[in-house]
Design a protein around this ligand. Structure first.
Ligand code: ZN
Length: 281
């Protein structure tokens, strides 16, 4: 017979439940229930700094008459988000070439003669799957007679190395809020409705009571609770339920970032399992 050790609490393990709230090309919002904060945070961190994306790493200048130093222009080029197909390329450190090759890099050519402003859309890529996400990012202004010619080499990298490789522009989660209004204590003064900065509460005229209308918009600021003179409002969090939001720079869809992050987390877990199976040697 197994006896529970004194002082230890057993936690009820609930099944994981995911619901998509909002999904478009660059943004994904979902609720996830039945997981620990550590698990959600691990996924968030991997999405931000371990999922590889493509960015310009080196620039070979052939001509630059523009009033912008090579280094400054190279830095600007590095920050241009590029569409990334992770099936086609390998990380440069995993490639067996010496510098760069078609297996681990993509070349983009930028060429122009003034008077003209060169935009990200003027970067001509050798690979149609690896091009600037937007065509309208201004890169450099050329005056009458000034010329520019360069070849930019884009490679895969991770956000932990440099922020230009981060696929996410926003990746965050918050605890699922919980607001309880005690109808016996509530004096229906409407103060909480007026003070809530997120319009989470509303006055229900028919029932003459305050109701919660948009709980997911609550930022857990506790203004409603603190402003309630009769102490009718209780505000809390659900410890195993979260609202998760991912927004990408367009280099890849948010669902792919999340899937890749799960793959990376699984690979890490696999390594620990193999280590244990081999007897920890
Ligand atoms: Zn290579």
């Amino acid at each position: 017979m197994v006896k529970e050790a004194e002082g230890f609490k057993t936690r009820e393990v609930s099944t994981m439940n995911i619901k998509i709230k909002n999904r478009d090309e660059n943004q994904l919002v979902f609720t996830v229930e039945g997981v620990d904060v550590t698990m959600v945070n691990a996924l968030r961190r991997i999405c931000m700094v371990e999922v590889p994306t493509l960015a310009i790493e080196t620039v070979e200048f052939y001509k630059n008459d523009a009033r912008m130093f090579d280094e400054v222009l190279a830095h600007r080029l590095g920050l241009v988000p590029l569409t990334t197909n992770l099936e086609e390329l390998v990380l440069s450190q995993e490639c067996d070439c010496e510098d760069h090759c078609p297996r681990c890099s993509v070349s983009l050519v930028l060429k122009g003669k003034g008077p003209k402003t060169l935009y990200s859309g003027d970067l001509k890529s050798e690979d149609p799957n690896a091009k600037p996400v937007m065509d309208t990012i201004p890169l450099v202004k050329l005056k009458e007679g000034e010329e520019l010619e360069l070849v930019a080499i884009a490679q895969l990298g991770i956000g932990a190395e440099h922020a230009k490789y981060q696929p996410t522009t926003n990746c965050a989660f918050k605890y699922y809020p919980q607001i309880t209004i005690d109808p016996e204590k509530c004096e229906v003064c409407n103060k909480c409705v007026e003070e809530c900065p997120r319009s989470v509460l509303e006055y229900d005229e028919k029932k003459n009571q305050i109701k919660v209308v948009d709980i997911e918009n609550c930022s857990l600021c506790r203004t409603c609770m603190n402003d309630c003179d009769s102490g009718a409002i209780t505000m809390d969090i659900q410890e195993d339920k979260f609202i998760f939001q991912i927004e990408t720079d367009g280099s890849m869809p948010p669902t792919e970032v999340l899937t890749r992050a799960c793959d990376i987390l699984r690979d890490k877990a696999d390594k620990i399992i193999t280590f244990c199976e081999e007897g920890g040697s």
